[in-house]
Design a protein around this ligand. Structure first.
Ligand code: PLP
Length: 372
Protein backbone atom coordinates (compact mmCIF):
# COMPACT_ATOMS: atom_id res chain seq x y z
CA UNK A 1 0.00 0.00 0.00
CA UNK A 2 1.15 3.52 -0.83
CA UNK A 3 -0.43 6.04 1.49
CA UNK A 4 0.32 9.35 -0.21
CA UNK A 5 -2.29 11.52 1.42
CA UNK A 6 -0.33 12.73 4.40
CA UNK A 7 -1.67 16.28 4.18
CA UNK A 8 -5.06 14.82 5.07
CA UNK A 9 -3.63 12.99 8.05
CA UNK A 10 -0.50 11.06 8.99
CA UNK A 11 -0.26 7.60 10.53
CA UNK A 12 0.25 7.56 14.29
CA UNK A 13 3.89 6.99 15.17
CA UNK A 14 4.22 3.77 17.24
CA UNK A 15 6.33 5.64 19.80
CA UNK A 16 3.52 8.17 20.17
CA UNK A 17 1.03 5.39 20.83
CA UNK A 18 3.38 3.93 23.46
CA UNK A 19 3.65 7.32 25.15
CA UNK A 20 -0.15 7.67 25.19
CA UNK A 21 -1.12 4.23 26.48
CA UNK A 22 -0.34 4.76 30.20
CA UNK A 23 -2.69 7.77 30.15
CA UNK A 24 -5.49 5.65 28.74
CA UNK A 25 -4.90 2.89 31.26
CA UNK A 26 -3.50 3.45 34.74
CA UNK A 27 -2.86 7.24 34.66
CA UNK A 28 -6.52 8.12 34.25
CA UNK A 29 -6.68 10.78 36.97
CA UNK A 30 -8.21 14.13 36.27
CA UNK A 31 -5.24 16.52 36.04
CA UNK A 32 -7.22 19.16 37.97
CA UNK A 33 -7.62 16.91 41.03
CA UNK A 34 -5.77 17.83 44.22
CA UNK A 35 -4.42 14.38 45.18
CA UNK A 36 -0.88 13.23 44.48
CA UNK A 37 -1.48 10.80 41.54
CA UNK A 38 -3.10 13.65 39.60
CA UNK A 39 0.10 15.67 39.92
CA UNK A 40 1.96 13.22 37.71
CA UNK A 41 -0.71 13.68 35.06
CA UNK A 42 -0.34 17.47 35.34
CA UNK A 43 3.39 17.10 34.89
CA UNK A 44 2.78 15.07 31.71
CA UNK A 45 0.70 17.96 30.34
CA UNK A 46 3.50 20.41 31.17
CA UNK A 47 6.04 18.21 29.38
CA UNK A 48 3.81 18.06 26.30
CA UNK A 49 3.47 21.85 26.39
CA UNK A 50 7.24 22.21 26.39
CA UNK A 51 7.61 19.71 23.53
CA UNK A 52 5.06 21.51 21.35
CA UNK A 53 6.55 24.91 22.18
CA UNK A 54 10.01 23.67 21.17
CA UNK A 55 8.69 22.56 17.77
CA UNK A 56 7.40 26.03 16.88
CA UNK A 57 9.88 28.34 18.61
CA UNK A 58 7.55 29.39 21.41
CA UNK A 59 7.60 29.42 25.21
CA UNK A 60 5.61 26.69 26.93
CA UNK A 61 3.47 29.35 28.62
CA UNK A 62 2.31 30.50 25.17
CA UNK A 63 0.80 27.13 24.22
CA UNK A 64 -2.53 25.70 25.29
CA UNK A 65 -4.29 22.62 24.03
CA UNK A 66 -7.55 22.42 22.09
CA UNK A 67 -9.60 19.66 20.48
CA UNK A 68 -8.15 20.33 17.00
CA UNK A 69 -6.70 23.07 14.83
CA UNK A 70 -10.19 24.11 13.77
CA UNK A 71 -11.02 24.98 17.37
CA UNK A 72 -7.70 26.81 17.73
CA UNK A 73 -8.40 28.78 14.54
CA UNK A 74 -11.95 29.60 15.62
CA UNK A 75 -10.60 30.85 18.93
CA UNK A 76 -8.05 33.10 17.22
CA UNK A 77 -10.48 34.44 14.65
CA UNK A 78 -13.04 35.25 17.37
CA UNK A 79 -10.57 37.96 18.48
CA UNK A 80 -10.98 39.93 15.26
CA UNK A 81 -13.94 42.04 14.21
CA UNK A 82 -12.99 42.62 10.60
CA UNK A 83 -10.11 40.55 9.31
CA UNK A 84 -8.26 39.90 6.08
CA UNK A 85 -7.34 36.46 4.78
CA UNK A 86 -6.22 34.74 1.58
CA UNK A 87 -8.46 33.06 -0.99
CA UNK A 88 -6.52 29.78 -0.67
CA UNK A 89 -7.08 29.27 3.07
CA UNK A 90 -8.45 26.16 4.69
CA UNK A 91 -12.24 26.20 5.31
CA UNK A 92 -11.51 26.43 9.07
CA UNK A 93 -10.52 30.03 8.29
CA UNK A 94 -12.61 30.89 5.25
CA UNK A 95 -15.90 29.77 6.79
CA UNK A 96 -15.17 31.39 10.15
CA UNK A 97 -13.56 34.74 9.55
CA UNK A 98 -15.58 37.96 9.28
CA UNK A 99 -13.96 40.27 6.80
CA UNK A 100 -12.35 40.18 3.41
CA UNK A 101 -10.44 37.79 1.20
CA UNK A 102 -7.27 38.82 -0.64
CA UNK A 103 -6.18 37.23 -3.92
CA UNK A 104 -3.15 35.07 -4.61
CA UNK A 105 -0.96 34.98 -7.69
CA UNK A 106 -1.18 32.17 -10.24
CA UNK A 107 1.47 30.19 -8.33
CA UNK A 108 -0.53 30.38 -5.10
CA UNK A 109 1.66 32.95 -3.36
CA UNK A 110 -0.12 35.93 -1.80
CA UNK A 111 -0.19 39.05 -3.95
CA UNK A 112 1.72 41.14 -1.40
CA UNK A 113 1.14 44.60 -2.97
CA UNK A 114 -2.60 43.82 -3.14
CA UNK A 115 -2.50 42.53 0.47
CA UNK A 116 -0.95 45.83 1.60
CA UNK A 117 -3.51 47.78 -0.37
CA UNK A 118 -6.41 45.89 1.23
CA UNK A 119 -5.05 45.90 4.79
CA UNK A 120 -6.19 49.30 6.15
CA UNK A 121 -9.43 49.01 8.14
CA UNK A 122 -8.74 45.44 9.29
CA UNK A 123 -7.99 44.61 12.93
CA UNK A 124 -6.67 41.12 12.20
CA UNK A 125 -5.25 38.91 9.49
CA UNK A 126 -5.13 35.16 9.04
CA UNK A 127 -3.02 33.15 6.63
CA UNK A 128 -1.61 29.66 6.39
CA UNK A 129 2.17 29.41 6.62
CA UNK A 130 1.93 26.64 4.00
CA UNK A 131 -1.08 25.63 1.94
CA UNK A 132 -2.84 22.32 2.61
CA UNK A 133 -3.39 21.47 -1.07
CA UNK A 134 -0.40 22.82 -2.93
CA UNK A 135 2.18 23.06 -0.15
CA UNK A 136 2.89 26.63 -1.27
CA UNK A 137 4.74 28.52 1.46
CA UNK A 138 3.60 32.10 1.97
CA UNK A 139 5.92 35.10 2.41
CA UNK A 140 5.06 35.00 6.08
CA UNK A 141 7.31 37.85 7.16
CA UNK A 142 6.05 40.27 4.49
CA UNK A 143 2.40 39.46 5.26
CA UNK A 144 2.86 39.74 9.03
CA UNK A 145 5.00 42.89 8.97
CA UNK A 146 2.54 44.62 6.64
CA UNK A 147 -0.25 43.73 9.09
CA UNK A 148 1.79 45.10 11.99
CA UNK A 149 2.16 48.42 10.15
CA UNK A 150 -1.59 48.98 10.18
CA UNK A 151 -1.98 47.63 13.73
CA UNK A 152 -3.71 44.40 12.67
CA UNK A 153 -2.97 41.32 14.75
CA UNK A 154 -1.86 38.13 13.05
CA UNK A 155 -3.14 34.56 13.17
CA UNK A 156 -0.95 32.02 11.35
CA UNK A 157 -2.37 28.62 10.49
CA UNK A 158 0.75 26.51 10.90
CA UNK A 159 -1.06 23.17 10.59
CA UNK A 160 0.77 21.98 7.47
CA UNK A 161 4.08 23.69 8.19
CA UNK A 162 4.74 22.59 11.79
CA UNK A 163 7.03 19.60 11.91
CA UNK A 164 7.76 19.82 8.16
CA UNK A 165 9.74 23.04 7.77
CA UNK A 166 11.32 25.28 10.42
CA UNK A 167 8.71 27.44 12.13
CA UNK A 168 9.95 29.95 14.69
CA UNK A 169 7.04 31.98 15.99
CA UNK A 170 9.24 34.34 17.98
CA UNK A 171 10.96 35.48 14.81
CA UNK A 172 7.81 36.86 13.15
CA UNK A 173 5.17 39.23 14.52
CA UNK A 174 2.54 36.51 14.89
CA UNK A 175 0.09 36.78 17.80
CA UNK A 176 -1.83 33.54 17.34
CA UNK A 177 -0.95 30.26 15.63
CA UNK A 178 -2.92 27.05 15.37
CA UNK A 179 -1.69 23.50 14.90
CA UNK A 180 -2.97 19.94 14.88
CA UNK A 181 -1.26 16.79 16.19
CA UNK A 182 -2.49 14.39 13.52
CA UNK A 183 -0.60 16.21 10.76
CA UNK A 184 2.74 15.21 12.29
CA UNK A 185 2.14 11.60 13.31
CA UNK A 186 0.24 12.45 16.48
CA UNK A 187 -3.33 11.47 17.37
CA UNK A 188 -6.48 13.02 15.93
CA UNK A 189 -8.70 15.18 18.09
CA UNK A 190 -5.99 17.29 19.69
CA UNK A 191 -4.55 20.61 18.63
CA UNK A 192 -2.98 23.68 20.16
CA UNK A 193 -3.17 27.43 20.01
CA UNK A 194 -0.12 29.63 20.45
CA UNK A 195 -0.84 33.04 21.96
CA UNK A 196 2.15 35.37 22.08
CA UNK A 197 2.97 36.63 25.58
CA UNK A 198 1.32 39.98 26.21
CA UNK A 199 -1.45 39.52 23.62
CA UNK A 200 -4.89 40.52 24.86
CA UNK A 201 -7.55 38.01 23.96
CA UNK A 202 -10.68 36.25 25.19
CA UNK A 203 -11.10 32.46 25.54
CA UNK A 204 -13.56 30.78 23.21
CA UNK A 205 -14.59 27.92 25.48
CA UNK A 206 -15.36 29.11 28.98
CA UNK A 207 -16.15 27.08 32.10
CA UNK A 208 -13.58 25.41 34.33
CA UNK A 209 -10.08 26.55 35.20
CA UNK A 210 -8.33 24.11 32.84
CA UNK A 211 -5.40 25.37 30.80
CA UNK A 212 -5.16 28.38 33.14
CA UNK A 213 -8.66 29.51 32.16
CA UNK A 214 -7.61 29.68 28.51
CA UNK A 215 -9.62 26.65 27.37
CA UNK A 216 -12.26 25.13 29.62
CA UNK A 217 -13.03 21.42 29.56
CA UNK A 218 -11.27 18.39 31.01
CA UNK A 219 -8.09 17.85 29.05
CA UNK A 220 -7.65 15.04 26.53
CA UNK A 221 -4.65 13.86 28.52
CA UNK A 222 -3.58 10.93 26.34
CA UNK A 223 -4.04 13.03 23.21
CA UNK A 224 -2.01 15.89 24.61
CA UNK A 225 0.77 13.55 25.73
CA UNK A 226 0.71 12.06 22.23
CA UNK A 227 0.89 15.50 20.64
CA UNK A 228 3.90 16.35 22.80
CA UNK A 229 5.70 13.14 21.88
CA UNK A 230 4.86 13.64 18.20
CA UNK A 231 6.26 17.19 18.37
CA UNK A 232 9.48 15.92 19.95
CA UNK A 233 9.88 13.28 17.22
CA UNK A 234 9.06 15.76 14.44
CA UNK A 235 11.72 18.16 15.70
CA UNK A 236 14.28 15.37 15.79
CA UNK A 237 13.31 14.35 12.21
CA UNK A 238 13.43 17.87 10.75
CA UNK A 239 16.23 16.97 8.32
CA UNK A 240 14.28 14.09 6.81
CA UNK A 241 11.70 16.48 5.41
CA UNK A 242 14.26 18.51 3.48
CA UNK A 243 15.34 15.28 1.80
CA UNK A 244 11.74 14.47 0.75
CA UNK A 245 12.06 17.07 -2.04
CA UNK A 246 14.58 14.67 -3.63
CA UNK A 247 12.12 11.78 -3.40
CA UNK A 248 9.40 13.95 -4.91
CA UNK A 249 11.74 14.79 -7.78
CA UNK A 250 12.63 11.10 -8.16
CA UNK A 251 8.95 10.33 -8.71
CA UNK A 252 8.60 13.12 -11.29
CA UNK A 253 11.76 12.00 -13.07
CA UNK A 254 10.39 8.45 -13.36
CA UNK A 255 7.19 9.79 -14.91
CA UNK A 256 9.10 11.99 -17.29
CA UNK A 257 11.36 9.08 -18.33
CA UNK A 258 8.16 7.15 -19.20
CA UNK A 259 7.04 10.02 -21.45
CA UNK A 260 4.42 11.37 -19.03
CA UNK A 261 4.21 15.14 -19.03
CA UNK A 262 3.29 16.70 -15.68
CA UNK A 263 2.44 20.26 -14.68
CA UNK A 264 2.98 21.23 -11.06
CA UNK A 265 0.39 23.51 -9.51
CA UNK A 266 2.30 26.17 -7.63
CA UNK A 267 5.48 24.85 -9.22
CA UNK A 268 7.25 28.24 -9.31
CA UNK A 269 6.57 28.97 -5.63
CA UNK A 270 8.49 27.86 -2.54
CA UNK A 271 6.74 24.68 -1.45
CA UNK A 272 6.68 22.11 1.33
CA UNK A 273 9.20 19.43 0.33
CA UNK A 274 6.81 16.49 0.64
CA UNK A 275 3.82 17.87 -1.29
CA UNK A 276 3.20 17.47 -5.00
CA UNK A 277 0.06 18.95 -6.50
CA UNK A 278 0.23 18.08 -10.17
CA UNK A 279 -1.76 17.38 -13.25
CA UNK A 280 -1.28 15.36 -16.38
CA UNK A 281 -2.81 17.38 -19.21
CA UNK A 282 -5.77 15.62 -20.81
CA UNK A 283 -6.17 13.05 -18.04
CA UNK A 284 -8.89 13.17 -15.39
CA UNK A 285 -7.47 12.80 -11.89
CA UNK A 286 -10.59 11.00 -10.77
CA UNK A 287 -10.03 8.32 -13.44
CA UNK A 288 -6.46 7.85 -12.27
CA UNK A 289 -7.36 7.67 -8.62
CA UNK A 290 -10.15 5.15 -9.28
CA UNK A 291 -7.55 2.82 -10.79
CA UNK A 292 -4.84 3.70 -8.29
CA UNK A 293 -6.99 3.08 -5.23
CA UNK A 294 -7.76 -0.63 -5.82
CA UNK A 295 -4.05 -1.13 -6.45
CA UNK A 296 -3.35 0.29 -2.99
CA UNK A 297 -2.31 3.85 -3.86
CA UNK A 298 -4.18 6.50 -1.89
CA UNK A 299 -4.04 10.19 -2.70
CA UNK A 300 -6.49 13.05 -3.13
CA UNK A 301 -7.84 14.87 -6.17
CA UNK A 302 -8.50 18.55 -6.93
CA UNK A 303 -12.15 17.81 -7.56
CA UNK A 304 -12.74 15.53 -4.66
CA UNK A 305 -16.16 14.21 -5.71
CA UNK A 306 -15.68 11.26 -3.39
CA UNK A 307 -14.66 13.31 -0.36
CA UNK A 308 -16.70 15.51 1.96
CA UNK A 309 -16.18 18.53 -0.35
CA UNK A 310 -18.04 17.93 -3.60
CA UNK A 311 -16.92 21.23 -5.16
CA UNK A 312 -13.75 21.60 -7.24
CA UNK A 313 -10.84 22.86 -5.16
CA UNK A 314 -11.26 26.53 -4.17
CA UNK A 315 -7.48 26.69 -3.75
CA UNK A 316 -6.77 25.82 -7.38
CA UNK A 317 -9.63 28.07 -8.49
CA UNK A 318 -8.11 30.98 -6.58
CA UNK A 319 -4.88 30.31 -8.50
CA UNK A 320 -6.85 30.77 -11.70
CA UNK A 321 -7.01 27.16 -12.88
CA UNK A 322 -10.04 26.45 -15.05
CA UNK A 323 -12.30 23.64 -13.81
CA UNK A 324 -11.01 21.26 -16.50
CA UNK A 325 -7.46 21.61 -15.12
CA UNK A 326 -8.67 21.29 -11.55
CA UNK A 327 -10.27 17.99 -12.54
CA UNK A 328 -6.85 16.87 -13.74
CA UNK A 329 -5.15 17.76 -10.46
CA UNK A 330 -3.91 15.25 -7.91
CA UNK A 331 -2.41 15.97 -4.52
CA UNK A 332 0.31 13.56 -3.47
CA UNK A 333 1.82 14.05 -0.03
CA UNK A 334 4.65 11.96 1.41
CA UNK A 335 5.72 11.55 5.01
CA UNK A 336 8.99 11.16 6.85
CA UNK A 337 8.93 7.38 6.48
CA UNK A 338 8.68 7.43 2.66
CA UNK A 339 11.64 5.63 1.10
CA UNK A 340 13.25 5.67 -2.35
CA UNK A 341 12.04 2.07 -2.88
CA UNK A 342 8.49 3.12 -2.09
CA UNK A 343 8.77 6.00 -4.55
CA UNK A 344 10.09 3.70 -7.26
CA UNK A 345 7.30 1.16 -6.84
CA UNK A 346 4.69 3.94 -6.63
CA UNK A 347 6.04 5.49 -9.84
CA UNK A 348 5.94 2.11 -11.61
CA UNK A 349 2.30 1.64 -10.61
CA UNK A 350 1.42 5.22 -11.50
CA UNK A 351 2.98 4.85 -14.95
CA UNK A 352 1.05 1.62 -15.58
CA UNK A 353 -2.21 3.33 -14.63
CA UNK A 354 -1.55 6.36 -16.82
CA UNK A 355 -0.69 4.08 -19.74
CA UNK A 356 -3.87 2.07 -19.19
CA UNK A 357 -6.05 5.20 -19.23
CA UNK A 358 -4.16 6.45 -22.28
CA UNK A 359 -4.64 3.20 -24.12
CA UNK A 360 -8.43 3.58 -24.03
CA UNK A 361 -8.43 7.32 -24.51
CA UNK A 362 -8.52 8.49 -28.09
CA UNK A 363 -8.24 12.03 -29.38
CA UNK A 364 -11.81 11.67 -30.64
CA UNK A 365 -13.42 10.77 -27.32
CA UNK A 366 -11.24 13.09 -25.19
CA UNK A 367 -10.46 12.45 -21.49
CA UNK A 368 -11.75 9.11 -20.25
CA UNK A 369 -13.85 8.86 -17.09
CA UNK A 370 -13.48 5.57 -15.24
CA UNK A 371 -16.48 4.38 -13.21
CA UNK A 372 -16.34 1.85 -10.43
N1 PLP B 1 -5.72 24.25 8.60
C1 PLP B 1 -5.13 23.53 7.65
C2 PLP B 1 -4.14 24.19 6.76
C3 PLP B 1 -5.42 22.17 7.52
O1 PLP B 1 -4.81 21.45 6.55
C4 PLP B 1 -6.35 21.58 8.41
C5 PLP B 1 -6.71 20.15 8.26
O2 PLP B 1 -6.72 19.61 7.17
C6 PLP B 1 -6.93 22.38 9.40
C7 PLP B 1 -6.60 23.71 9.45
C8 PLP B 1 -7.91 21.81 10.38
O3 PLP B 1 -7.30 20.83 11.17
P1 PLP B 1 -8.20 19.87 12.09
O4 PLP B 1 -9.01 19.04 11.18
O5 PLP B 1 -7.25 19.11 12.91
O6 PLP B 1 -9.08 20.75 12.91
Amino acid sequence: MWYWDNNATTPLDPAVLEAMLPYLREQYYNPSAAYAPAKAVRRALDTAREQVAALVGADASEIFFTSCATEATNTALAQFEHALTLATEHPATLRTLHGDVAPVLANGVADVPEWKELLPGHDGVSFAWANHETGVIQPVRSLAHAAAEVGARVHADIVQAAGKIPVNLHEVPVHFASLSAHKFHGPKGVGALYVRTGTEWKPYLTGGAQEDYRRAGTENVAGIVGMGKAAELALAAAEIYAHLADLRQRFLDALSAAGIETVINGGTAPRLPHVLNMRIPGMKAESLSLLLEPAGFLCSTGSACTSAEPEPSHVLRAMGLPDAQIRESLRLSLNRYTTAEEVDSAAALFIRVVQKVRSVQSSVTGPVMVYR
